[in-house]
Design a protein around this ligand. Structure first.
Ligand code: PBG
Ligand code: ZN
Length: 323
């Protein structure tokens, strides 16, 4: 007989014993659910690149937001497809467009729900880039006032939080100032502090028709090879006034999440992006993995890495499973 004083399996003997020593939990309160709003009424069409997710007109987006709220989800993030695109991306701050209309309608019908506006230009510019373009160059400083208009238009519509995903330099400071000057000092900023130039955004770009017309986003999004740069970006965004910092994508970047948690005493979010979602859905549809178990394990790993907030297309399913 072996003589073991430490037998870790003692604490794995029953569900109750395992629950007692469980270090990390996943709760419905951790998740934000993204919504894709489109022009029209009565539109609810499944997005081919994101099975189980929908293009929703404003009225249908309100229904979906109600459902999310009833399941205990605390917030939704609004992405939109506009009715027109131009060089500046001016439909991004047009109060008549689906995003602003959806924000206002959801705030009215589901007042307890946190409504987050995605601040960027790529769905709205004819170039499909996240900033203004001149001769195939991104004009960083000329883009900032446009982003300011987007954030203020969303705040006017009723958004309590804006999430700038454009990756321009100086955008957090610019948005903070724009919001404050417009009287919105209570509107918070969730910064995509470390947003990597990632192939995992593919299904999202299909969903919102935002693939760049030329080139790629590597001159503004981060190099997946870099870790230290991420710490500098987070520090910068905190100095500029970010309330919540976000790492995106999530799954391939959990080392960055852990590092962010250990180095910064700020609310930390991850974006469980479209490619991560689509891979799981495809594998599950083929019967290769158990969707529920895979999703719960994946989101738990994001919590374990140190994130509190998870923006995820799985949110409604997870909320049901956790009940
Ligand atoms: C656009 C934006 C992207 C995502 C959120 N906002 C894609 C991109 O940068 O091309 C990705 C979301 C996802 O993949 O789920 N600024
Ligand atoms: Zn963009």
């Amino acid at each position: 007989m072996v003589d073991l004083t430490y037998r870790p399996r003692r604490l794995r003997t029953t569900p109750a014993m395992r629950a007692l020593v469980q270090e990390t939990t996943l709760q419905v309160e951790d998740m934000i659910y993204p919504l894709f709003v489109v022009p029209g009424t009565g539109v609810k069409e499944e997005i081919p690149s994101l099975p189980g997710q929908y293009h929703l007109s404003v009225d249908e987006a309100v229904k979906m937001a109600k459902e999310a709220h009833e399941l205990g989800i605390l917030g939704v993030e609004i992405f939109g497809i506009p009715t027109y695109k131009d060089e500046q991306g001016s439909s991004a701050w047009d109060m008549e467009q689906p995003v602003q209309q959806a924000i206002a309608a959801i705030r009215k019908e589901v007042p307890e729900l946190i409504v987050v506006g995605d601040v960027c230009l790529c769905q709205y510019t004819s170039s499909g880039h996240c900033g203004m373009i001149d001769h195939h160059e991104i004009l960083n400083d000329e883009t900032l006032p446009l982003l300011g208009k987007v954030a203020v238009s969303q705040a006017k519509a009723g958004a309590q939080m804006v999430a700038p995903s454009d990756m321009m330099d100086g955008h957090i400071a610019y948005l903070r100032q724009s919001l404050d000057e417009a009287g919105f000092n209570n509107v918070s900023i969730m910064s995509y502090a470390s947003k990597y130039a990632s192939a995992y955004y593919g299904p999202f770009r299909d969903a919102v028709h935002s693939a760049p017309e030329f080139g790629d986003r590597k001159s503004y999004q981060m190099d997946p090879a870099n870790r230290l740069e991420s710490l500098r970006m987070i520090e910068r965004d905190i100095c500029e006034g970010a309330d919540i910092i976000m790492i995106k994508p999530a799954l391939s970047y959990l080392d960055i999440v852990r590092e962010a948690r250990d180095n910064f005493d700020y609310p930390l979010a991850v974006y469980n992006v479209s490619g991560e979602y689509a891979m799981v859905k495809a594998a599950a549809a083929q019967g290769l993995v158990d969707e529920k178990r895979i999703v719960l394990e994946t989101l738990l790993s994001m919590k374990r890495a140190g994130a509190k907030i998870i923006i995820t297309y799985h949110a409604l399913d997870v909320a049901r499973w956790l009940r």
